[in-house]
Write a protein that binds this ligand. Structure first.
Ligand code: NDP
Length: 487
C-alpha cells in the first residue's frame, strides 16, 4: 500500500500496533485508491498513551523553559527540511493539491513550533506588592492534554495544538480524524528526533469513540478539539463532567462584505480564496459573500470568468489549483446542499456538478460552484457546507448588512472590503466574529490569535493568547511578618 505507516499508533516514542482494534481504510480521494489500513486504538493502547503521557509530562515540565523551547524549534527545523515529503503525504491524506500543501501545511506547522518555542522561556508570572507582604504568580502547566483533529489540515492542526501545549510544559495525546490519519504520525516521529521525551506527544488513531474515551479519561486535564459544532457540544459536555479545560475550534458560516468602493479584483480574489482554497474545506471560509447591489452584476460576471479558469485536476501535479473533496461521502453532502440551493431558488452562476478529470474518474471532484441571489433564509446561507460553494447575497446599506452578517449562530470569521478604512474598522468593530480581516481574507499568521465567538468556539489558538489556554495560574502569598490571627 502506497502510504502504509509502520504501525497505526505512535506511543512512548515508538510505533505500536494492536490488531484487536477495528480496521479502517485511508483512501486517496483523487483516485479512490486505498493507501493505508489502520487499526483504531483499543483500551490497552489508550491506557499506554495516557501512562506514558503523564510520565513524560513530569520530566518535560521539570526542564528549564528555554530547553523546552529548543526542542520545539529543532522540530520546526526538521519539518522545514522535510517539507517536500511531508507535503506529498498531506496531499495523499487529504486530496489537497501539492501547490497548496507545499506552502500551507507542514510549513505553517513549523512556523507555529518556532513561534511557541521562542515564547516558552517568557512564560513569566507577576509580582504583586501588598505593603509589608507580597504575592507572586506562576504559570504552570495543565498536565496531560488531548488534541482531536478535523480532516482538512491534519499536519497544521496537530502542530497548532501541540506547540502551545508543549511550550507550556504539558504533554499531548493527539487523535487525528480517521479520514486523515497519516500526517500526525510524522509529527510524532519528528518530536522524538528533535529530543522530546518519549510519550510527550503520542498519536492514537480511531473514530469518534476513541476521541470520546480520551475526553472522559480521568487522567486527562484538557481537551482541544477542531471539528464541527455538533461534535463540539458533545465533547464540551463530556469535558465539563470532569471539570476539564477546553479549547473548541468549530465551524462557521462567515460573511465577506464587499462595499461599492472596494477594489473589485481584490475582493474577488478574497472571495475565491475564502471559498475555493482546499476545495472549500476551511472552517473560516467566507461562504456568505455580501456584495453591494450597485456592483453586484459586475462582481458576478468577473467572478464567474475567473472561476472558470481554475485548474482542477490531479492534486499531485504542481499546476493543479483545486483537488477533490476529502472523500466521496463529503462530495455527496456538498451535492445535497447544491440541490437544496437550486430547489430554494438561488441562481446557479457557475459549477454545481461533478467533474471527472481525465484518468481520475473515480475521484471525489466537484466543480467550484457559485450561487447568486441567495437570501438569508436559504439553507445554503445558514448551514456550513464545507465544500467549494460560494453564496453571493446583495445588500443596500451598512446597518442592514451588519445585522444580516451577524444573523447566524456562528461567529468564527468575517471580512470587509472597502477603500474607506474608517468604515472598515467601524464595521469590523460591530461584527460578532473572533477572527476578522479588512481588505484581506483567510490569512492566519501564527502571531495572530485565531478562534471563534458564539457557537464557533471557545478559547484561541496561535498568538500569545493560546498560552493562556494551556497554562494555569498559581498564586503564592508570601508573609514577611508575624501571622495575623483573631485567636
Ligand atoms: P467532526 O466534528 O466530525 O470531527 C472532528 C473530530 O472529532 C474527528 O477526529 C472525529 O473523529 C472526532 N469525534 C467525533 N465524535 C467525537 C466524540 N463524541 N468525542 C470525541 N471526538 C469525537 O469534524 P470533521 O472532521 O468533519 O471536520 C469538519 C469540521 O471541522 C467543520 O465543521 C469545520 O468547520 C471544523 N473545523 C474547524 C476549524 C477551526 O479551527 N475552527 C478548523 C478546521 C475544521 P472521526 O472523524 O475520526 O470520527
Amino acid at each position: 500500500m502506497r502510504a502504509q505507516p509502520q504501525a497505526s499508533h505512535f506511543v512512548d516514542g515508538r510505533y505500536v500496533e494492536d490488531t484487536a482494534g477495528e480496521v479502517f481504510e485511508n483512501v486517496f480521494s483523487a483516485t479512490g485508491e486505498v493507501i493505508a489500513k489502520l487499526h483504531a486504538a483499543t483500551d490497552a493502547i489508550i491506557e499506554e498513551a495516557v501512562a506514558s503521557g503523564r510520565r513524560a509530562q513530569k520530566e518535560w515540565a521539570a526542564l528549564a523553559p528555554v530547553e523546552r523551547g529548543r526542542v520545539l524549534r529543532r522540530a520546526a527545523d526538521i519539518i522545514r527540511s522535510r517539507n517536500r515529503e511531508l507535503s506529498e503525504l498531506e496531499t495523499l491524506d487529504t486530496g489537497k493539491p501539492i501547490q497548496e500543501t507545499i506552502v500551507a501545511d507542514a510549513s505553517s506547522g513549523a512556523d507555529c513550533l518556532e513561534y511557541f518555542g521562542g515564547l516558552a522561556a517568557s512564560l513569566n508570572g507577576e509580582t504583586i506588592p501588598l505593603g509589608r507582604d507580597f504575592a507572586y504568580t506562576r504559570r504552570e502547566p495543565l498536565g496531560l492534554c488531548v488534541g482531536i483533529g478535523a480532516w482538512n489540515y491534519p499536519t497544521q492542526i496537530a502542530c497548532w495544538k501541540a506547540a502551545p501545549a508543549l511550550a507550556g510544559g504539558n504533554a499531548m495525546i493527539f487523535k487525528p480524524s480517521e479520514m486523515t490519519p497519516l500526517c500526525a504520525l510524522k509529527i510524532a516521529e519528528i518530536f522524538i528526533e528533535a529530543g522530546a521525551p518519549k510519550g510527550l506527544f503520542n498519536v492514537v488513531q480511531g473514530l469518534g469513540a476513541v476521541g470520546a474515551k480520551l475526553v472522559s479519561h480521568p487522567a486527562v486535564d484538557k481537551v482541544s478539539l477542531t471539528g464541527s459544532v455538533p461534535t463540539g457540544s458533545k465533547v464540551y459536555a463530556a469535558a465539563a463532567a470532569g471539570i476539564k479545560h477546553v479549547t473548541m475550534e468549530l465551524g462557521g458560516k462567515s460573511p465577506i462584505i464587499v462595499f461599492d468602493d472596494a477594489d473589485i479584483e481584490n475582493a474577488i480574489s478574497g472571495a475565491m480564496l475564502g471559498n475555493f482554497y482546499s476545495t472549500g474545506q476551511i472552517c473560516s471560509n467566507g461562504t456568505r459573500v455580501f456584495v453591494h447591489r450597485s456592483i453586484k452584476e459586475r462582481f458576478l460576471s468577473r467572478l464567474a470568468e475567473r472561476t472558470a479558469s481554475i485548474v482542477l485536476g490531479d492534486p499531485r501535479n504542481e499546476e493543479t489549483q483545486m483537488g477533490p473533496l476529502v472523500s466521496h461521502a463529503q462530495r455527496e453532502k456538498v451535492e445535497a446542499y447544491i440541490e437544496k440551493g437550486k430547489a430554494e431558488g438561488a441562481r446557479l452562476v457557475a459549477g454545481g456538478e461533478r467533474v471527472a478529470p481525465e484518468g481520475l474518474e473515480d475521484g471525489a471532484f466537484i466543480a467550484p460552484t457559485i450561487f447568486a441571489d441567495v437570501t438569508d433564509d436559504m439553507t445554503i446561507a445558514r448551514e456550513e457546507i464545507f465544500g467549494p460553494v460560494m453564496c453571493v447575497l446583495d445588500f443596500e446599506d451598512e446597518d442592514e448588512v451588519v445585522e444580516r452578517a451577524n444573523g447566524t449562530e456562528f461567529g468564527l470569521s468575517a471580512a470587509v472590503y472597502t477603500a474607506d478604512l474608517t468604515r472598515g474598522h467601524r464595521v469590523i468593530g460591530r461584527i460578532e466574529a473572533g477572527t476578522c480581516w479588512i481588505n484581506a481574507y483567510n490569512l492566519t499568521p501564527v502571531e495572530m490569535p485565531f478562534g471563534g465567538m458564539k457557537m464557533s468556539g471557545v478559547g484561541r489558538e496561535n498568538g500569545r493568547a493560546a498560552l493562556e489556554h494551556y497554562t494555569q495560574i498559581k498564586s503564592v502569598y508570601v508573609g514577611l511578618g508575624p501571622q495575623d490571627a483573631p485567636y
